[in-house]
Design a protein around this ligand. Structure first.
Ligand SMILES: [Zn+2]
Length: 286
């Protein structure tokens, strides 16, 4: 084989590889928690085109999650931690075992770039609303440092280990008071507020800066595919395609991606927005 022919073949192969990569959908998972086997978890995410994750777990476990060549990691702050524990996994949230992290300590961590967002906000697991004044010192910091705030809304699964949990405290309408007090607060409503989807849509229409993630909704083991389709249709019909973000909440990433791919009323462009573009805009302003 001539040298010329060989280099042509190599060029064609490189080109094919590059095109392939460019065509692959990128994924931004805005809702992730710690796993017993973090390395396996991260390599599985990267293998499924996830390029950025927003992770929140116990403070100690969170330090294991750091950006690498394949994946950018954004770190959250669980607040408050009912009985000092992460729901479900029941790890101790903070070393001192407290439910509410010291505000000065939080500010120091923000300055040291160890906190990229406030969340998952677990007010509801504590039996209080997202507008409870106990949350205000953290909202002050979020506004001061322009950090996104991710608030758990809607239902919860079984065995979360938080006896004070109240489903009615997960109604997105309850956020109104806090948004009046902190108009620059950059919030996303986790799980699209389900079963309070109507309320979530109403809030997003009222507040143009409000985003939502669709974690759990896109998990067919919890929400049947037909219900997920109707919920997504309602968001799209309300004109909210620029503010919905993909998340797994630790469900199988392939299944969550497939749930969105199957929605045939979504255009390819809308899917790209949901998979990563809206999150890029929300977290990084681009
Ligand atoms: Zn949640």
């Amino acid at each position: 084989m001539s040298k010329y022919l060989l280099s042509c073949i190599i060029l064609v192969l490189i080109n094919a590889a590059c095109t392939n990569k460019a065509n692959r959908t990128q994924i931004f998972d805005v809702h992730l928690h710690g796993d017993a086997a973090p390395e396996k978890q991260l390599s599985n995410l990267a293998a499924n085109s996830v390029h950025t994750i927003a992770v929140s777990t116990s403070w100690a476990q969170q330090q294991i999650y750091q950006s690498n060549n394949h994946l950018t990691v954004l770190h959250g702050l669980f607040v408050p931690c009912p009985n000092g524990k992460v729901p479900y996994s029941l790890q101790t949230c903070f070393e001192d075992g407290k439910e509410w992290p010291d505000v000065n300590w939080v500010e120091q961590q923000i300055k040291e770039k160890k906190i990229d967002f406030i969340g998952e906000v677990l007010a509801q697991y504590h039996g209080i609303s997202s507008s409870d004044t106990l949350m205000y010192p953290y909202y002050v910091l979020a506004e001061r440092y322009n950090l996104p705030v991710g608030i758990h809304t809607g239902s919860a699964g079984p065995d979360h280990g938080c006896p004070d949990f109240k489903e009615e405290m997960g109604n997105p309408l309850l956020l109104k008071k806090a948004l009046q007090q902190f108009p620059k607060l950059k919030v996303w409503l986790m799980h699209g507020g389900a079963p309070f989807v109507k309320e979530c849509i109403e809030m997003m229409k009222t507040y143009p800066g409000l985003y939502a993630d669709i974690s759990v909704l896109n998990n067919p083991a919890i929400i049947p595919a037909n219900d997920f389709a109707s919920i997504m249709k309602a968001f799209i019909d309300a004109g909210l395609e620029d503010r919905l973000m993909f998340g797994t909440d630790n469900a199988d990433v392939k299944t969550c991606i497939a749930a969105i791919e199957q929605l045939d009323f979504l255009t390819a462009k809308q899917k790209e927005k949901i998979f990563y573009q809206n999150a890029e805009m929300f977290f990084r302003g681009r």
